[in-house]
Design a protein around this ligand. Sequence first.
Ligand SMILES: [Zn+2]
Length: 374
Amino acid sequence: MEIVRAFKTELDLNNQQRTAGMRHAGTSRFAYNWGLERKITAYRSGERMPSAIDLHRELNQLKQGEFCWMYEVSKCAPQEALRDLDRAFQHFFRRVKEKKAGKSIKVGFPRFKSLMKGVGRFRLTGTLRIYDGQIQLPRLGVLRLKEKNYLPVTDVHILNATVSERAGRWFVSVQVEMEIPDPEPVEKPVAGVDLGINRLAQVSDGTYFENPRALIKAQAKLKRLQRVVSRRQKGSANHQKAVRQLAKAHARVANIRKNALHQVTTWLARTKSAIVLEDLNVSGMMKNHHLAQSIADVGLHQFRRQLQYKGQWYGCEIFLADRFYPSSKQCSQCGTVKGSLGLGQRTYHCENCGLVIDRDWNAAKNLEQLLTVS
Ligand SMILES: [Zn+2]
């Protein structure tokens, strides 16, 4: 079975490479913003919006004059940025349509990219090669990797590479096409999974995954640094220093969470044949301040995305429960549905049959029953 997969790993850059990276990211951002400006102008004057191809052609003209500095970077960087811009508009128009059809979603117009959000990223195509501990990219040459043996060296077709910076560290994400063995037709059980308020994940078979201690610690540090930043005077050297530390702490929390989610999703996709998840209306829940933290923490979107692609690799189907399905309020033993269940209530107690069970486990069992009962 052929799959497309991304591998992300940290780069070990020298000063010269770092500068080249910043230049590429800057050009990418510039092209994106320039294209966005062009699209907006066209739209306002009632003209047809120029496509990525139109814009690229126009940019190539400008490169011969005003934008001659663009010759310093790979031509892929602005080209791919313009493709991203097209995608952002496609996404925007799709959301507008969905909203018109009655879905309650927010529709955000594509925004200008700001340097305030960090150096940014750029994507390259063309001659890309992976060696042991190194990667070769157009214009940037051979770059060292911090981790050896992570990127696949043989039997892969590299589609593109995205270089990004976060809190002073540089990463490369390589998208590859590769052949993997078809999933073996083995008998595996089905399961319901509840992304807990109390725990990272609760599985209907009783297995559960706690939030890693490192995550809780890192989050506490993040909160402390947020307070420090708000106390410092804006524009001062101390403020800037605190902002840098905060960005680092953010990156660390995101990393720990992502790794924890990977462990859970790999295990689930390997050992289950089908999984039911709750289809939470996340944007609706974000309004509820209490839940916002835990939902953001669990990284629901990331979890679902990981499960969906790993499910394909290992032969596990993913189902989403209707978002009005009362997985938390229903008793998994007798089916009675409670009128209300406070968020603080960690245990589910059924007045009808007397079942006393952990709240998340009860929800996971209900989700599993969507597959087994019907
Ligand atoms: Zn009951």
